[in-house]
Design a protein around this ligand. Structure first.
Ligand code: UTP
Length: 296
């Protein structure tokens, strides 16, 4: 029987250069999406999929992350004094969400390098990796399906999304073979940010992974790739090519995914999420319609 997956690794040590100066003193994972930092959505998603042990890989500005998932006595006392129980509950909710641990990456040498820093904490078990750049709508299922497929196949599993082929060069791209399950494919090749026009498919890798622990041995010798960074995609390409620890499968996600990795997509994500919110949508929708009608 495949071992039960309990650990989630959340890399949050990137420099977030696309969001400077907002990310000068704060990790981009702390940027608010409506009224919650992106990282809280991601931790909530991990918890909803049954993962209770969260390891964050942090960089130079880790205090904001640690504070967010810790008690803040002064704030709690003030809200209590004011009798603002609703906000107090929100504050306590993020504190009690999961058992959160932290490890420093040191130099941000790439996502693969960040994941390798999880080795001691994870040990010899399969584990999940979730990136704060991609938010998955809580009404749609992805991570629990990936965990299920990983158990069935005893292999690593990545999340894939179909995009317009002209956009593929921006992402990690997968070449695949079908399996007998319509949402599952076997990965035959992976390339990180292929030069424009060379991508062999329109299936891109999005920020959810369920990995077998053998990935650490591969990452140990993975050389820097695209952008001079140690790429998780390159390590997974080696796992797929050599069929290491069951190879790599992909779950094709057809639900709602919000990209918060660059500024334009971040703005779109906030609008999309806010129009659906019970507390904000009713007021936002008519305003948005009016606003759009004033544009050319
Ligand atoms: P990105 O490449 O999108 O993040 O990494 P970045 O480098 O911070 O962003 P830009 O391009 O400069 O704006 C994807 C994820 O991997 C983490 C990031 O924090 C993000 O969640 N990451 C990346 C690390 O933890 N360490 C790294 O060395 C690189």
């Amino acid at each position: 029987m495949a071992p039960k997956i309990t650990k989630a690794v959340i890399p949050a040590a990137g420099l977030g250069t696309r969001f400077l100066p907002a990310t000068k003193a704060m990790p981009k994972e702390m940027l608010p999406v409506v009224d919650k930092p992106a990282i809280q959505y991601v931790v909530e998603e991990a918890v909803a999929a049954g993962l209770t042990d969260v390891l964050m890989i942090t960089g130079r500005n880790k205090s904001a992350l640690e504070n967010h998932f810790d008690r803040i006595g002064e704030l709690e006392a003030t809200l209590e004094r004011k009798g603002d129980t609703e906000r107090l509950e929100k504050v306590n909710y993020s504190t009690d969400l999961a058992d959160v641990h932290y490890v420093r990456q040191g130099d941000p040498k790439g996502l693969g390098h960040a994941v390798l820093r999880a080795r001691m904490h994870v040990g010899n078990e399969p584990f999940a990796v979730l990136l704060g750049d991609d938010l998955i709508d809580e009404r749609d299922v992805l991570l629990s399906r990936m965990i299920e497929v990983s158990g069935e196949k005893n292999a690593s599993v990545i999340a894939l999304l179909e995009v317009d082929p002209s956009q593929a060069y921006l992402y990690g791209v997968a070449t695949v073979e079908p399996t007998d399950e319509s949402d599952v494919v076997r990965i035959t090749g992976l390339v990180e940010k292929p030069p424009t026009g060379t991508a062999e498919s329109n299936l891109i890798i999005i920020g959810r992974y369920v990995l077998q622990p053998q990935i650490f041995d591969v990452l140990d010798h993975t050389e820097p790739g695209a952008g001079g960074e140690i790429q998780l995609t390159d390590a997974l390409q080696e796992v797929a090519e050599n069929d290491i620890a069951g190879g790599v499968y992909g779950v094709v996600f057809r639900g709602r995914r919000y990209d918060t990795g660059d500024r334009l997509d971040y703005i779109k994500a906030i609008v999309q999420l806010a129009v659906d919110r019970e507390d904000l949508g009713e007021a936002l929708r008519p305003w948005l319609r009016d606003f759009v009608s004033t544009m050319e």
